[in-house]
Design a protein around this ligand. Sequence first.
Ligand SMILES: Cc1cc2nc3c(=O)[nH]c(=O)nc-3n(C[C@H](O)[C@H](O)[C@H](O)COP(=O)(O)OP(=O)(O)OC[C@H]3O[C@@H](n4cnc5c(N)ncnc54)[C@H](O)[C@@H]3O)c2cc1C
Length: 489
Amino acid sequence: MNRMSEFFKRPLFLGILVCMLGLFIMWNIPIEKRKYGLSQTSVTTDYTGLLPLKVERVIKVADNQDLQKVVQQANETRQQISIAGLQHSQGGHTYFKKGVSLDMRSYNKILEINEESKTVRVQAGATWDDVQKAISPYGLALKVTQSQSIFSIGGSLSVNAHGRDIRFGSMANSVLEMTLLTPTGVIKTVTREDSEEWMKYVFGGYGLFGVILDVTLELTENDIYTIHTEEIYTSEYESYFTNLIAQNEVAMHYARISVAPDSFLDEMYVIDYVYTGEKDSKTPLKGEEGVRFSKLALDIGRKGGFWENLFWDSQKLYINSIDGKRISRNNAMRSESTFMEFTSNTRVEVLQEFFVPIHLFEEYIQDLKQLLSSNDQEDDFKVHNITVRFAGKDSLTSLNYAKEDMFGLVILIQHGLEEEEIESAKKTIQKWTDLTLDYKGTYYLPYYRYQTKEQFMRSYPNWKGFKMEKLQRDPNEVFQNLFYEYYLK
Ligand SMILES: Cc1cc2nc3c(=O)[nH]c(=O)nc-3n(C[C@H](O)[C@H](O)[C@H](O)COP(=O)(O)OP(=O)(O)OC[C@H]3O[C@@H](n4cnc5c(N)ncnc54)[C@H](O)[C@@H]3O)c2cc1C
């Protein structure tokens, strides 16, 4: 009996007990799932749920000809149509009051892979994940995509999305050809040489210029990279990146800025994907890894103050641990997303993205320090994360956010859902937008519209031309959504 009680007091036993308890807690961290989208029964929302609305009908798109009839009829009856991919946009871009919403998700076939010319032709409701699964056995990879592979091709091109690639320019540039159902119901094959310039308006056109049916995308090889990570100061980043882009040794890159009180907007870390010259067609595509652990870490950071310092330190430990590891291009383009899910009846997490010219980054960050509180533990408006990516100059699309080479700062924000809390978040984001505009910057349009119409017009001086083209190409204004109504009506 005595020996038994001695055993239970031993450090080894206590250590095992603590580990088991830790594992039990970790295993039981709930993985939330936002409830949003067209499949909800009473009202439709998008990713944030901030704009609930009743639509008249949802049509699951399966066939070109049926869809063509829907659009032709809508022109006769003056019915409004919106288009929905995976609905990660956050400002009512995918639905309209009493409108018809096209659910593109089942329109997702991979139509052709051409290994020789390195291209894939794919229906617009497919996700990047679908495409990666089809092309990776051929040793092929995407040129441009978001950080994650959870979005539809049509939804991504309609916002002209960007990610971690720093060599291939804008997403719109990676499209060779597109089949388009125009707003008046004509099916057209459109190439880059198209004299009517449909690509200019459809890409970054937020579903207002007809339905992208399928696209032929240029691909590249599934290179193997070595990951290089480094901790630096925000004051060093401009020159760090300028060297990196000039040297041509790095294919992909992103960075993260500290929002922890002790190092607020001073410290950052960078992650580079360095060419090795090796290619890959064998490594399996990775799934979501370490979801519970990442969620626990983010939840700790969400508590703010001391906990946010702890979260930042844990992120630095993590990035040091991956320094020198190898990764394929396909796997670098499919980051985890599930751990970010946040569900609460009283609070919401939203994204915003601000773009600033590279050469103004340092001064911008200094001014941002005056605008935001370094310790937001007691505030309603909380900034959880700032990621930085490169958005190269885009000369193709009409509503372009990168008129020159820019850094895009993606911000994860949390605030309350009471009316005054939303109003207060709006005020802070509007001030942030003004600051960005003062630095010749812009803000990204797929997210919730905290900004004013005037701020939109300043950010996107081409808006008039965009609207004129919209009215010429869609004279009955069949394609509408809440984004269009708010900014352009
Ligand atoms: C967690 C998260 C991470 C994100 N990360 C990034 C990122 O790294 N980089 C980035 O650039 N953006 C990012 N975004 C924004 C995201 O890229 C856009 O919201 C994108 O539109 C999402 O694709 P989707 O399939 O959900 O599109 P949806 O939200 O369904 O649609 C977006 C727009 O495209 C239109 N559309 C959809 N399908 C078609 C079609 N077939 N034809 C014509 N129009 C169509 C819709 O009408 C709508 O206006 C992120 C968003 C979230 C929520």
